[in-house]
Design a protein around this ligand. Structure first.
Ligand code: MFK
Length: 565
């Protein structure tokens, strides 16, 4: 009998072992605040990677939600039962502050969102997608604060408490059969009753965290115009104040590639009571954008967290596995693959933590106009860039663990499946790229991202170890500016070029941030971040644009797809 048994890799502590996350936080918080945040972050890191939490996550993945349409006695109940492990993961997150931290009086001030971003990045990959209701709950709380009236504001405490027994989550019901992106085609209507209440009628086609106590949704008040400008924003509760069910019926649960512990349903609103958030005029999409911008940052943190988790597994395996008489981690081919994965992770963190920093300022009213514009542009850029990186990165991590990584009980397949939703949720890569152009048209937000990238590399062009990356940022901004100018001439060319432009902008901005962080880290003798900036730049920051003769290229594709005669 063969006596060989592979020592299993152990996922290391999520905070203590993650030098990249710790250095980034220390840079952003400064030594004093970092020292205050340290114990909190250490506790979350240990919780997120403990064997108990990992077992809860694995069990939640194995116990998908169940839809119980009728009671034993024939009542329509539309109960959705979720795994108790999934609920417990929610408790761990809520008690750690994933919904509360940014709304509390904390010692972190405007940096609370930075600390929160690290908490979420560590807990998210262990949460079996409880991170999804958390994202929407945060988005709903902020939307109610910004656009709501007294009744709305009274709910914010329940959305942002650390007391899990009191805590509510919120859904975000937007997608209908007519489209997930083209919300102007929303068919749900809202009718005003004689008693002044509003009733909603329609089908919501893809609603996640359907067990949430409330949701924000869009509907067209009777008589309102067609298109996005006719939509109003409503708050809908699963149960009425009387305790009765609201008129919301579950058609079925979705059978998804991943996010299996998370209930996602098709819902019918058959006269469901809704409460307008702000005046029920046509500014629903604009108000919903408050929520969308927040959930997009959550989504990006999810991408960075997934990259970090994949990298941690790949490193853990490389430490234990022996190949040709050497530890796998010392094999040059393997080591350089993991080094590239580490670049993706750090670059993703650089983007998401900058969004957190700006969001914290904006939410406290401390952001300048320029910083608000920058956040408007950086949010879609970060979401689309980190989404693409995360898919490639976790797939690479799975390969690095070999055949075991492809087996369910390693938990890595769940990580890969769950990461695949990231570029799709909250707007696909292309939808987000078009949003970058919308934000540029509205307030020059893409130009603001480029200007801030240049500001970051100022004074670094001749630096011995950072000059190469800093110069690459300068050249990339020149190229991106040229592309942006050409977009104003040709609307079709602009749409076709939006994706490569936005991905280039994401990589360029990440590189600029890494240059600045690398410069700071060198003072304490660390050269890793400078080398990371160098490596990112060496890959090339701006992908090729669309073919110059777009019409001809599209014609060729059409011809190649024509039916043979
Ligand atoms: C790990 C954690 C993961 C978290 C998961 C959460 C799960 C949730 C699951 C889902 O709900 S997925 C649903 C995903 N759906 C989308 O993301 C919608 C995608 N579509 C878009 O993003 C469209 O761009 C959008 C519907 C927002 C707008 O397109 P339209 O209908 O063509 O509207 P228009 O006329 O461009 O914009 C209307 C107004 O909103 C404009 O303002 P004005 O009226 O003042 O001109 C826009 O400027 C404004 N606006 C649009 N997007 C904005 C925005 N304002 C600020 N920020 C934005 N992002």
């Amino acid at each position: 009998m063969n006596g060989f048994v592979q020592t299993p890799p152990q996922l290391p502590d999520g905070w203590a072992s993650d030098r990249t996350l710790r250095e980034t936080l220390q840079w952003l918080l400064g030594d004093e605040t970092f020292a205050v945040a340290g114990p909190l972050l250490a506790a979350v890191g240990a919780m997120a990677t403990s064997s108990r939490t990992l077992e809860l996550a694995a069990r939640a993945e194995r116990e998908p939600p169940e839809h119980i349409p009728y009671s034993t006695w024939g009542d329509r109940i539309d109960d959705i039962r979720v795994s108790s492990s999934w609920t417990e993961l929610g408790r761990l997150g809520v008690e750690a502050g994933v919904t509360a931290l940014p709304y509390e009086d904390s010692p972190f001030g405007a940096k609370a969102r930075v600390v929160w971003g690290a908490v979420l990045a560590m807990w998210g990959p262990s949460s079996a997608l409880y991170s999804c209701p958390v994202a929407m709950t945060d988005g709903a709380a902020r939307t109610l604060l910004e656009h709501g009236e007294a009744d709305d504001l009274s709910l914010v405490e329940r959305l942002t408490t650390r007391n899990f027994e009191r805590a509510w989550t919120s859904g975000q019901w937007m997608t209908e059969m007519t489209g997930g992106s083209d919300l102007g085609r929303t068919q749900t209507t809202a009718s005003r009753e004689a008693d002044g209440s509003w009733r909603l009628y329609g089908t919501k086609w893809f609603t996640s965290a359907t067990t949430s106590e409330m949701a924000l949704t869009l509907a067209r008040p009777d008589g309102a115009p067609a298109g996005a400008r006719g939509l109003a924003l409503f708050r809908v509760h699963r149960h009425l104040d009387s305790g009765e069910r609201n008129a919301i019926y579950v058609r079925r649960l979705k059978d998804k590639l991943g996010t299996r512990a998370l209930p996602t349903a098709e819902l019918e609103l058959q006269g469901a009571v809704g409460h307008p958030v702000g005046a029920p005029s046509g500014s629903g999409v604009k108000r919903m954008a408050t929520m969308l911008n927040i959930t997009r940052i959550h989504n990006s943190i999810g991408a960075a967290g997934a990259l970090g988790r994949g990298l941690a597994w790949a490193r853990a395996y490389g430490r234990e596995r022996e190949v040709l008489g050497r530890p796998l981690q010392s094999m040059p081919a393997h080591a350089s693959t993991l080094a590239d994965l580490a670049v993706d992770y750090h670059a993703a963190l650089a983007l998401v933590m900058r969004c957190c920093e700006l969001m914290g300022l904006a939410e406290r009213g401390d952001a300048s106009t320029d910083e608000r514009t920058l956040l408007r542009g950086l949010t879609p850029v970060t979401k689309l860039t980190t989404g693409r990186w995360s898919i490639a990165g976790v797939t690479e991590a799975m390969e690095a663990v070999g055949g075991v990584g492809y087996c369910e009980d390693s938990t890595i397949p769940a990580l890969v499946r769950n990461t695949h939703v990231i570029p799709i949720w909250e707007g696909t890569t292309n939808v987000l790229a078009l949003d970058v152009l919308r934000a540029e048209r509205g307030s020059g937000a893409a130009s603001a991202v480029m200007a801030d990238a240049l500001r970051h590399v100022q004074g670094l062009l001749n630096h011995p170890s950072i000059g190469y990356a800093a110069s690459a940022v300068m050249r990339a901004v020149d190229e991106l500016s040229d592309r942006l100018s050409s977009f104003t001439l040709e609307p079709d060319q602009a749409q076709a070029g939006a994706r490569s432009f936005a991905l280039g902008l994401g990589a360029t901005y990440a590189c600029a941030r890494l240059c600045r962080q690398g410069r700071w880290a060198q003072a304490s003798g660390s050269t890793t971040t400078a080398a990371t900036a160098h490596r990112l730049a060496a890959r090339g920051l701006v992908p090729p644009g669309p073919p110059e003769d777009l019409a001809l290229a599209l014609e060729e594709v059409a011809e190649s797809e024509a039916e043979p005669s």
